[in-house]
Design a protein around this ligand. Structure first.
Ligand SMILES: [Zn+2]
Length: 294
C-alpha cells in the first residue's frame, strides 16, 4: 500500500510516494497551470494517479489554513479557495482518505518525527521564505489550535502603527520584516540597491555590504522580538528554522542572539537553542504523508 504526501508550493505541486522519511518517487505539476481550486485539485489527483492507482492515504500541505475537516479558511496564492472542502473534494477524486494541513505546520510535523523534534519535545518551527510561516509542537504533539490557526508566527506584531503593510492586510507583521519582499525592500531603503533574490543579498553581505549586514541585523532583531514573546508564553525547548532564507541563518543569528539576550524575560528563555532544519526540500512531502497517521 502506498502513502502519498503532496506539497503545494508557489511554483510546483509535488506529490510523493513516501516510505518513512524517504520519497520513493515524485510526480510534479506546475502550479501556474491551474486557474482555480478545481484545476488545482485535478492536477493534484492527476499527479497522485501517476504514482499509484491505489493510494492508501493522502496528506496535502497547502500554503493556507484549513479547519479540522479540511475545509479551507484562506489560501492567498489562489483566489477562490475560501470555503472549499479541500479534503472531501480531493478524496472524491482519488478514492481514499485525505488530510489537509497548513504547510508550515506540516514542516513542524516532519521535524517532530524525523528532525530536531526527536531531541526537543516542545519547539516552534519558522519557515522563512516569500512568506513567514510557523508551526508548534508541544510535548511531542502537533498543536493545531481550536480552529487550525495555531502557529501563525509570521503575523505576530512588530509594529502595528509604523510598520510596512503585510500581505495579510495589517501593518508591521514579522513577515513584513523577515519575508523575502521585506528583506529586499529593507536592503533598498538602506542604500544597498536592487537585489532580486535573497541569495544575491546574502552574497553582497558576505562580500562586505553594510546595507546587507544591516538588513539581516534588522531581521534578527524582528525575529528576537517575536521569539521573546513566544518564550514568555510557552518557554519552549528550541526554535527550528527552515525555508530558503534559513540558508543565510549565520548572517541573522548574531543580531537575533544579541537582541534576545536583552528582551527575553529571563536568561533561560534567551538561551533557547536556535536550529536550522536538516530535512531539506522533501520535508513537505514527508510531513504531508504523516498527516493521516496522526
Ligand atoms: Zn501579516
Amino acid at each position: 500500500m502506498a502513502r502519498i504526501g503532496v506539497d503545494f508550493g508557489g511554483t510546483q505541486i509535488k506529490a510523493g510516494l513516501v516510505d518513512e522519511r524517504v520519497v520513493v518517487r515524485s510526480a510534479v505539476r506546475n502550479t501556474r497551470d491551474a486557474a482555480g481550486p478545481s484545476d488545482v485539485l485535478d492536477l493534484v489527483a492527476d499527479a497522485i494517479r501517476e504514482l499509484t492507482s491505489t493510494p492508501e492515504s493522502v496528506g496535502f500541505a497547502i500554503p493556507g489554513e484549513v479547519d479540522g475537516n479540511g475545509r479551507c479558511w484562506r489560501l492567498p496564492n489562489v483566489p477562490g479557495f475560501e470555503g472549499v472542502a479541500v479534503a472531501d473534494e480531493l478524496s472524491r477524486r482519488v478514492g481514499c482518505r485525505v488530510v489537509v494541513e497548513n504547510d508550515a505546520t506540516v514542516a513542524a510535523l516532519a521535524e517532530m518525527v524525523y528532525g530536531h523534534g526527536r531531541q526537543y519535545a516542545s519547539f516552534a518551527m519558522l519557515t522563512l521564505g516569500t512568506g513567514v510561516g510557523g508551526g508548534l509542537v508541544l510535548n511531542h504533539q502537533l498543536w493545531r489550535g481550536t480552529h487550525g490557526f495555531a502557529g501563525e508566527l509570521g503575523h505576530l506584531p512588530i509594529d502595528r502603527q509604523q510598520g510596512w503593510p503585510c500581505a495579510c492586510g495589517l501593518l508591521g507583521c514579522l513577515e513584513s520584516y523577515a519575508g523575502t519582499k521585506g528583506l529586499l525592500a529593507t536592503y533598498r531603503e538602506l542604500g544597498g540597491g536592487e537585489a532580486t533574490t535573497i541569495l544575491e543579498l546574502a552574497n553582497a553581505t558576505r562580500a562586505g555590504s553594510a546595507a546587507g549586514r544591516q538588513t539581516f541585523e534588522r531581521m534578527g532583531w524582528a525575529l528576537a522580538v517575536v521569539i521573546s514573546g513566544i518564550q514568555n508564553v510557552l518557554d519552549l525547548d528550541a526554535f527550528v528554522f527552515t525555508g530558503g532564507v534559513s540558508a543565510s541563518f549565520d548572517l541573522i543569528e548574531p543580531a537575533l542572539r544579541a537582541t534576545l539576550g536583552k528582551v527575553a524575560f529571563a536568561p533561560p528563555l534567551a538561551a533557547v537553542p536556535l536550529l536550522v532544519s536538516e530535512l531539506g526540500a522533501a520535508a513537505g512531502q514527508i510531513g504531508a504523508a504523516l498527516l493521516p497517521t496522526l
